[in-house]
Design a protein around this ligand. Structure first.
Ligand code: SF4
Length: 365
């Protein structure tokens, strides 16, 4: 007879043991990550921003490179936005770095270069939400705030057998965490919860037998841990077609700085969304003429490059072309750069796919 049949009803769990069990496990099992070497507020904050929506393995090289280039809040505030974006290039969700840059300037100006330890001051900084505030203030200053990321939500949904992650249940989860947190080790408690979610209480295959809190976990006792929380049906994301061009003149190519909200401040080759491909080259020539005041000769149309952004799939048809004449000088943020200058600019990811394609096929600028 399995565990499930013995515990068909929800058991009343003794969560007062949570902190002790969790912290004992954490002390013995935590991963030696570069951002756990110290609890300095700046270091913790950088890591917490980078780790949002991003896997630890992806973050580590970015974190190490960032700390070399920007070892403290002053160095970020003094840097150009372009330099900050360049260090973030490829990590995605670029508003995180733009907001961090703005926040660094505010800290220098309004907080005497010290990262504020009060919730109200810290939470008001650009890009700081409840999660980031809770994580940084608890880890760096040992303040008793909870930090509830996706991993913690899953662990707590299972521990307390909550199927829906409704606002009501999230408030319940937060109140339980706060109640049973070891207030002397608030930062460790939060990190231990996250670590458990990342390494043991996995979404599809939780390692319940190795879990330090299995004896107080309702989902484990029910025998069906993966039923908590209930799966949310993901929205299908739309697909859009774009046409873009590597426009050459001599040994230079044309690049444009984005002014749109999405990927703001990053550079790209000229590109635009299209509805159909009926008049592809004609539409492209018109677009280039209207936007940059130049005419182009088309050399080749490549098959589409596919790329997925967080909220749409992109199919980018790339055109290799040459500038023939300049008719009018348009005022917008574009530049002609040489191939070896590409690494000086922050580009969003699909551009690097274009550059790789051209390196393989026809790159001779
Ligand atoms: S016992 Fe299983 S379901 Fe419960 S917290 Fe541990 S790993 Fe997650």
């Amino acid at each position: 007879m399995g565990i499930a049949k013995n515990f068909l009803k929800k058991v009343k769990i003794n969560m007062s043991e949570l902190s002790t069990l969790l912290l004992e496990w954490f002390d013995l099992n935590k991963r030696g990550l570069p951002f756990r070497k110290n609890n300095k507020p700046y270091d913790v904050w950088v890591s917490e921003i980078m780790l949002q929506q991003t896997k630890v393995d992806t973050v580590i090289p970015y974190y190490n490179a960032w700390m070399k280039k920007f070892p403290n809040i002053e160095s970020v505030s003094e840097a150009s936005e372009e330099s900050v974006l360049k260090s973030w290039e490829g990590l995605g969700y670029y508003s995180r770095s733009r907001n961090f840059h703005k926040a660094a300037k505010i800290i220098i100006k309004n907080f005497n270069s010290k990262i504020p330890e009060s919730w109200d001051d810290f939470r008001l900084l650009p890009g700081v939400g409840d999660y980031t505030a809770g994580a940084v203030l608890s880890i760096a200053f040992n303040k008793s705030y909870v930090a509830v990321d996706g991993n913690v939500k899953r662990v707590m949904a299972r521990l307390t057998s909550r199927k829906k992650l409704s606002q009501h249940n999230l408030r319940f989860i937060k109140s339980k965490l706060l109640k049973f947190m070891d207030k002397n080790r608030a930062g460790d408690f939060n990190q231990a919860m996250m670590e458990l979610g990342a390494c043991v209480c996995l979404p599809r295959n939780p390692k319940c037998e190795q879990c330090p809190i299995n004896k107080i976990c309702n989902a484990y006792i029910s025998g069906k841990p993966t039923e908590y929380p209930a799966k949310v049906v993901k929205k299908t994301i739309p697909s859009h077609i774009f046409v873009g061009g590597l426009i050459r003149v001599g040994n230079k190519i044309l690049i444009q700085k984005r002014e749109e909200k999405m990927l703001n401040g990053l550079w790209e080759i000229p590109m635009k969304k299209i509805n159909d491909q009926k008049n592809l080259t004609k539409d492209f020539k018109n677009f280039i003429f209207n936007k940059y005041g130049i005419t182009v000769k088309i050399n080749k149309v490549f098959s589409a490059i596919k790329h997925s952004y967080s909220h749409f799939n992109m199919k980018l048809i790339v055109i290799d072309c040459e500038k023939t004449t300049s008719i009018v000088k348009k005022k917008n943020m574009y530049s002609w750069i040489e191939k070896n200058q590409i690494n000086n600019y922050p580009f969003h990811k699909v551009n690097h796919k274009v550059f790789s394609l051209f390196k393989k096929k026809t790159w001779n600028v």
